[in-house]
Write a protein that binds this ligand. Structure first.
Ligand SMILES: Cc1cc2nc3c(=O)[nH]c(=O)nc-3n(C[C@H](O)[C@H](O)[C@H](O)COP(=O)(O)OP(=O)(O)OC[C@H]3O[C@@H](n4cnc5c(N)ncnc54)[C@H](O)[C@@H]3O)c2cc1C
Length: 408
């Protein structure tokens, strides 16, 4: 009897999973197997410091194994693995609640884009530096007049022979004041149609002419900045892809950003209870059923939705690994971030007055963290493209619906 097609891949994956499990067991310190607070996240970069010796050991072991970016080529600090192996590592880390050893827009977003669009010199210069945590990257996409309508951006880069001269500003640049480099969308041809006059530039934040100002938020804390470029000279070799073809790089990078956003809720900083756990902690039960019929209904709805999302996620992964065109990645950002918002609303409804604590006595840490995560969850359906814009994308690229004429 012949083995079913693909069984060799499954055998290989089973064996790989066992190896990953053993390695993680031996190398992931116990302190790195619990939810992480924002203060403990290690972002690397020139100013980056490890929050603890265990965090440093964990990062270094994962880096040396190439598992910070398992699918990147070995020469650039990855492990040269297939995507399915990368997923096994991710799954096994999740199984033991292993912390992400290195956070960063470099490793999540810019690196994959450079592997696709960067030239050899750019890949050599930037990819290992990202894995080695030498550089922390910021994202310079949004501008005061260009968010959802990103292609309207006005920050301009003029060709001055051996360099570009950049002038303008970027808005909502997360942690720009702590970052070393920024990847930026700039207008290089003001005469061309919107998308066709944009280029993708890599800019050192230490270059003269760059300043950042922090934007205060209602919570008092803020990671948002506005970043100003005043006659900044950027070497020509920092152009990624072709001149005026930056829109393709931008879109590819956004796919990675949206994938990340879709998964954000699966690893919230700090321990956030699940709605099921919260129900057992705060609600009354009778004969094994929640007595409050409305919350019972909402909880059942939420659990069914999460199950459907998990299946869609799995389907997307299977389609991708077997080379089938999949619509799943396009819908995951919308589904994942909206589900996280729904979860947070449900948690607060279940927790009642215990869900209203911002600080102070009368609330335990998990309750305080839940309200803060609820506030943060609102931003997930905005960052990386709002839900409304995601629906437009789904309508156009998945459902093939006609587009409203511009100006309507
Ligand atoms: C937590 C967070 C971190 C961020 N970090 C960064 C960063 O590091 N770098 C960066 O460049 N940007 C960053 N952003 C900015 C983010 O990309 C923008 O906020 C987002 O693209 C929306 O743009 P906007 O804020 O200008 O809103 P607008 O585009 O002005 O939208 C306002 C409202 O109008 C709706 N709308 C707009 N156009 C349409 C349409 N065609 N159809 C239907 N509805 C529409 C939107 O859905 C939204 O509700 C971040 C945002 C957040 C929340």
């Amino acid at each position: 009897m012949t083995a079913p097609i693909g069984s060799d891949i499954l055998d290989d994956l089973d064996q790989f999973r066992a190896e990953v499990r053993d390695w993680l067991e031996a190398n992931c310190p116990q302190s790195q197997r619990q939810p992480i607070s924002p203060e403990e996240q290690y972002w690397g970069g020139r100013r980056g410091t490890f929050p603890s010796d265990d965090a440093r050991d964990w990062y270094q072991r994962m880096r040396d194994k190439g598992w910070l970016a398992p699918e990147w080529p070995v020469v650039h600090g990855g492990a040269g693995l297939f995507q399915r192996h990368g997923k096994v590592i991710k799954d096994e880390m999740k199984r033991i609640n292993a912390r992400t050893p290195l956070y960063g827009l470099g490793i999540w977003m810019l690196g994959p884009a450079l592997l696709e669009f960067g030239n050899e010199q750019q890949q050599r210069q930037h990819l290992s530096a990202i894995v080695n945590a030498e550089v922390r990257w910021a994202q310079g996409y949004s501008e005061p007049g260009a968010g959802s309508d990103l292609a309207s951006l006005q920050c301009k880069a003029e060709d001055k022979g051996d360099h570009f001269l950049v002038n303008g500003s970027k808005l909502w640049t997360t942690n720009a004041d702590k970052c070393d480099w920024i990847f930026c969308l700039v207008r290089t041809d003001p005469e061309a149609k919107k998308q066709e006059g944009i280029s993708f530039l890599l800019i050192d934040m230490d270059d003269p002419g760059i300043t950042t100002t922090s934007i205060e938020l209602i919570s008092g804390e803020s990671e948002f900045c506005q970043t100003f470029f005043d006659n900044v000279r950027v070497p020509k070799e920092n152009l990624v892809g072709e001149l005026n073809k930056g829109w393709s790089v931008a879109k590819a990078l956004l796919v990675h950003e949206r994938k990340l956003m879709a998964e954000l809720g699966t690893e919230p900083p700090r321990k956030i209870m699940s709605p099921n756990e919260a129900a057992h902690r705060y609600l009354e039960f009778e004969d094994g059923r929640i007595t409050d019929a409305v919350l019972r209904d909402q909880l059942a709805d939420y659990n069914m939705q999460m199950h459907a999302i998990a299946l869609t996620h799995f389907r997307g992964f299977e389609e991708k690994t077997s080379g089938v065109q999949s619509a799943a990645p396009v819908v995951m950002k919308y589904l994942g971030t909206e589900a996280e918002k729904t979860k947070c609303e449900l948690l607060l409804a279940i927790m009642g007055s215990q869900g209203l604590g911002w600080e102070g006595e009368g609330f335990d840490q998990e309750e305080l963290d839940t309200l803060r995560w609820w506030a943060f969850s609102k931003s997930m359906t905005i960052a990386g493209g709002t839900s409304e814009v995601q629906l437009n994308v789904i309508a156009k690229s998945v459902l093939g619906l006609p587009q409203a004429p511009r100006g309507n």
